[in-house]
Design a protein around this ligand. Structure first.
Ligand SMILES: [Mg+2]
Length: 113
């Protein structure tokens, strides 16, 4: 888990650099419009929610298998892609992200006392 955490923020995405990603995301927004892409973001977040619930429901049952977790990863990818489009539409949220992470860090420290 800690090894995976160390890799957060620098995902290995062979064949996909930031410039190419930006062109694709911007191209989709220009082609179909911001609100269509916002609608897709909403849809993808819903699909991730559904995949997470489906995996949770299957834990400890005969329905549980690795495909459920792979489906979660697939929906996570969709959500990351649409979140990056939201960043292009609404602006970068890195400052908020750092603020929220630091707040969580403080809560963790307080919970450890
Ligand atoms: Mg999806």
């Amino acid at each position: 888990m800690l090894e995976a955490a160390a890799e957060l923020g620098t995902p290995a995405r062979e064949g996909m650099d930031a410039e190419r990603e930006g062109k694709i995301l911007e191209g989709a927004i220009m082609k179909w419009g911001a609100y269509a892409q916002i609608d897709i973001a909403i849809e993808e977040m819903s699909e991730l929610t559904k995949a997470l619930l489906k995996e949770r429901r299957a834990v400890g049952t005969a329905n549980f298998d690795d495909r459920l977790r792979d489906h979660i990863r697939e929906e996570m990818a969709d959500v990351y892609i649409t979140l990056n489009q939201l960043s292009l539409i609404f602006g970068d949220c890195s400052e908020w992200e750092v603020y929220k992470l630091e707040r969580l860090e403080t809560r963790l420290k307080e919970a450890g006392k």
